[in-house]
Design a protein around this ligand. Structure first.
Ligand code: AMP
Length: 281
């Protein structure tokens, strides 16, 4: 596997691939790789593109400096995992090389990006926007792999691809991978004890139960379902930050029409660890 650490070397590498008539598949990550990331690497074997993974802990998307410094990093093990999956190239740029000074210009993101995580982590999605757009500019992928675990992020990637890349990048949306307790895999789970992970299994179970109730009865009372979930998980020392049922397309309020695609999205704290999850209805 080639390991590239500068933007200019990465651009040269990608140019030579594209001029040689191959396409590029990009799998961006922040490292500390787990089975969720691995599912993206496995999915990316579907094409004969060159497969490039990036590892970059993006300071712009952390609204808490401590959260950024404490974000788990495990590069040696990550390299082993990437090699196991026969990834062709790892791009791991330095902050000052990849982040451009755009004279403090902030992209005005669509309204739905200021809801949910956009509301509770102010500036987070502008940080994700900056880095993903830059990675796409440097690497010029024809395929890009992202997980639906970060569903609001998926909406942002769709927006970037449509607005800045003329829909010329195919976004491959990958299903959420869960641990044996049903907890969505996340690099942050490393901070949880086995017991806390067991306790957190109540989240996925409760989301599934809400899904069943909504499917059974179109006259569901979501406020009541939310209240029940919040009090049930409180017994497991889990605090819910938000729980919303919104349209999958643009996170607007459901109209209760039968054919509408809805997503149930949650952010919650186990001790001081913030996690997110969602399921499609
Ligand atoms: P991260 O390193 O957390 O920025 O994640 C990198 C990519 O892996 C993103 O597209 C995530 O949505 C995806 N990802 C993270 N966890 C999971 C998971 N449990 N299942 C599927 N994809 C995931």
């Amino acid at each position: 596997m080639d390991i590239i650490t500068t933007v200019s070397d990465q651009q040269k590498y990608c140019k030579s691939i594209i001029s040689g008539d191959k396409g590029i598949s990009l799998i961006p990550t922040m490292g500390n790789l787990h089975k969720g990331h691995e599912s993206l690497f496995i999915r990316s074997t579907e094409s004969d593109n060159r497969r490039i993974a990036s590892i970059f802990v993006n300071p712009l998307q952390f609204n808490d400096a401590k959260d950024y410094t404490e974000y788990p990093r495990s590069i040696e093990n990550d390299i082993k995992i990437l090699e196991k999956h026969k990834i062709d190239c790892l791009f791991m740029p330095e902050v000052k090389d990849i982040i451009l000074d755009r004279e403090n210009k902030t992209e005005c993101l669509p309204d739905y990006m200021s809801k949910l995580c956009g509301q509770y982590r102010v500036g987070h999605f502008n940080g994700v926007f900056e880095i993903v757009k830059r990675l796409f500019e440097v690497i010029c992928p024809s395929l890009a792999y992202f997980g639906r675990k970060d569903y609001q992020q998926i909406l942002l990637i769709r927006y970037i691809i449509k607005k800045y890349f003329d829909n010329n990048i195919n976004l491959v949306e990958c299903e959420t991978i869960r641990d044996d307790f049903g907890l969505a895999m996340s690099s942050r789970n490393i901070h949880l004890s086995v017991n806390q992970r067991k306790q957190s299994s109540i989240i996925y179970k409760s989301l599934c139960s809400i899904k069943d109730q909504i499917k059974k009865d179109i006259n569901y009372n979501f406020d009541k379902l939310r209240k029940e979930l919040v009090s049930k998980v409180k017994n497991e020392n889990i605090r819910v930050e938000y729980l919303e049922l919104l349209t999958s397309e643009n996170l607007s309020k459901p109209s209760r029409k039968k054919d509408e695609n809805l997503t149930l999205l949650i952010a919650f704290y186990v001790s001081n660890i913030r996690l997110i999850d969602n399921i499609q209805i």
